[in-house]
Design a protein around this ligand. Structure first.
Ligand code: URA
Length: 426
């Protein structure tokens, strides 16, 4: 491959030009191998954020990120494979009940998940609050569990889109996360490399999401649906509301406990609604449109798969979950109706309580988090509990209290509650 000077690639994009296929291949490969320096890639990422990329550039950038590592081959798995990806939110534990539910209906779900950073939670952090559960599986263990149980949630291996691993860490500290071409290529390179046959995207919109506006979320969804199709992965997207936390819990152990309630046929209405909506899309995309996920929740089949999935990864599905010793209850100051609960503020509070991490290498607290007592539309009287702050370390409570101070709005009249599923794209 001929060597392009990184500075020429940066200048092309800085000046609003279109990168050639050769430039994209060269710069992604060079960055992965360390020939293009962090400061050069930072400048290029910022130029991409400011100038954008056309569909051809995004497709080539995604292909180069996939080519930086291995593409898994799931052809040996006898069931149709289908995965789900959420762009990240607060209280978004949907992967936990959804993965065993879809497997219970006949598909195989290869969920390679991540950890939380900042105010959004990570699926692996949540599952690690189950005593004994391990996130790291070898390639052989992954394929074997997918075939036998039909459901795996584990960490992505080192060889899955290594360009993204490096670039994502760089974007995180250079203010370049929120570029639609970079988010779309980051997510889709990992999902395409994972080898799934079909993919359902949950693209979040609202204060707790990366995309704060519906127009941006739509553009991101359309871009990812096109990328999936171009790589032979049947892809659809749901646009869903993330202005309010999902369910009543935000944290790690508390979200696992809520997910188990859903698998037992209960749980908060919004978590059940979104789990079923995504399950139907996944089963249709997998070629199983007649499967009945509602029944699989009711009759205990989804719970059976959950227990098998947790046990297969060393976890004890019957172990008591860790409990936080410090609990502070925040109460309503006046009568009225809860009109909004700001997802971002609650996410920040949970993070400050210890549920999330400030740096990638920090540990997270299993029992820390926020438990809501009310949701938008509920009536309250002065003195009623609105939410609880839970922590292992009492010193964490004051910062969380101030972060969440204005999170809950109370109005005199009953508010209209926004729809959870806004649109379907694909
Ligand atoms: N999730 C990802 O995997 N990548 C992004 O760029 C944003 C969210």
């Amino acid at each position: 491959m001929s060597g392009f000077a990184a500075i020429d690639v940066i200048r092309t994009k800085r000046d609003g030009g279109v990168l050639s296929d050769e430039q994209i291949d060269w710069v992604v490969d060079g960055y992965t191998r360390g020939r293009v320096a962090d400061e050069q890639m930072s400048a290029l990422a910022m130029a991409i954020l400011l100038r954008g990329m056309n569909p051809g550039e995004i497709a080539r950038w995604t292909a180069a990120m996939i080519a930086s590592g291995d593409r898994l081959d799931l052809a040996g798995v006898r069931r149709p494979t289908v995965d789900k990806h959420s762009t990240g939110g607060v209280g978004d534990k949907i992967t936990l009940p959804l993965t065993p539910l879809v497997a219970a209906c006949g598909a195989a779900v290869p969920q390679l998940s991540g950890r939380g950073l900042g105010h959004t939670g990570g699926t692996l952090d949540k599952l690690e609050s189950i005593p004994g559960w391990r996130a790291a599986l070898s390639g052989d263990e992954f394929i074997a569990q997918l075939g036998e149980v039909g459901a795996v949630i584990c960490a992505a291996g080192e060889r899955l889109a290594p360009a993204d691993r490096k670039l994502y860490a760089l974007r995180d500290v250079t203010g370049t996360v929120e570029a639609i071409p970079l988010i779309a290529s980051s997510i889709m390179s990992k999902k395409i490399a994972e080898g799934t046959g079909a993919l359902v995207l949950d693209v979040k919109v609202g204060s707790g999401a990366f995309m704060k506006s519906e127009a941006d979320a739509r553009e991101l969804a359309r871009t990812m649906v096109e990328l999936g199709g171009a790589h032979g992965v049947r892809t659809v997207a749901l646009l869903t509301d993330m202005s309010t936390p999902l369910g009543l819990t935000v944290g790690n152990a508390v979200e696992v406990a809520e997910s188990v309630e859903v698998l037992a046929g209960g749980g908060p209405a919004d978590v059940v609604e979104l789990t079923l909506a995504l399950a139907r899309e996944m089963l249709t995309a997998a070629g199983l449109p007649d499967a009945d996920p509602e029944r699989a929740l009711r009759d205990g089949r989804a719970m059976d798969v959950w227990r098998a999935m947790v046990s297969a990864q060393g976890g004890d599905p019957d172990a008591p979950m860790p409990v936080a010793p410090e609990v502070e209850v925040v109460r309503a100051e006046r009568d009225g109706f809860v009109s909004a609960i700001d997802a971002y503020a609650i996410g920040v509070a949970a993070w400050r309580l210890g549920a999330g991490r400030a740096r990638k290498e920090d540990p997270v607290s299993a029992p820390a988090g926020v438990v809501l007592h009310r949701k938008p539309g509920d009536q309250v009287r002065a003195g009623d509990p609105l939410y609880e702050l839970r922590a292992e370390d009492p010193a964490r409570i004051p910062a969380a209290r101030s972060g969440a101070a204005d999170a809950v709005s109370i109005s005199a009249d009953r508010p209209a509650v926004p729809a959870l599923v806004i649109d379907r794209i694909g």
